[in-house]
Write a protein that binds this ligand. Sequence first.
Ligand code: ADP
Ligand code: ADP
Length: 214
Amino acid sequence: MISITLNIEEKSYGSETPVLGSLRGQFKLGKITAIVGPSGCGKSTLLNMIAGLESSQKGEVGFSETSEIKPRVGYIFQSPRLMPWLTAKENLELIAGKSNPAIQETLSAMGILDKLDSYPSQLSGGMQRRVSIARAFVYQPELLLLDEPFTSLDAPTADQLRQQLIALWQRQQSTMVFVTHDLREAISMADEIWFLSRPPTTVIHTLSINQPPK
Ligand code: ADP
Ligand code: ADP
């Protein structure tokens, strides 16, 4: 399994005060880490830096011993970001390739096998979210990043999605890092919680949780 080490000295946008200060740590391999902190403290920025979508001006995000090896990173964004001109199945085929059996399996695990041929505009917000989660899993990511994946869903739908996500994750046991402002969600899902301060953001506390067997 590929390890992920944060060794960020500073990150700022433009000339303003830094968003992220000294941020050091290692995510638990094959476990779920929740990142919790006030709005605007740089949680999305941090995820983007881990994904390589945003550069770290000072310091680095390292993978394993050599930073040459980049893991397969799956990213589940706050909004589903599906290709609107492709059906649910075609959105997954784009990642997994045509007639990949993982597509059926994953859509089935998310309970949306009957939505294979629907376009995103024909699906509810919750259904779109399910497709976007399935899309991340068919990629079989070694590292899965999630940015507030359950916001703006009603409580029962969010609960169901959390359970389906955990069930899919248990099959692959990739390293998962998710951002949330919902402490209860963090406590119910994560093996470790990182609490971030206000900018310049650092990790102010980490909390390990012994999750009951799921
Ligand atoms: P969080 O996810 O914790 O709400 P963000 O990482 O989205 O925090 O943002 C942290 C701060 O950086 C905010 O003040 C935000 O306005 C700013 N910021 C985020 N992205 C950009 C960007 N691309 N350009 C300039 N400022 C940004
Ligand atoms: P969140 O609170 O979930 O992090 P935001 O609404 O803060 O989401 O940010 C959404 C997008 O806008 C992100 O891609 C972020 O990089 C960008 N962004 C946020 N703040 C700024 C900013 N001040 N200037 C430019 N882009 C920004």
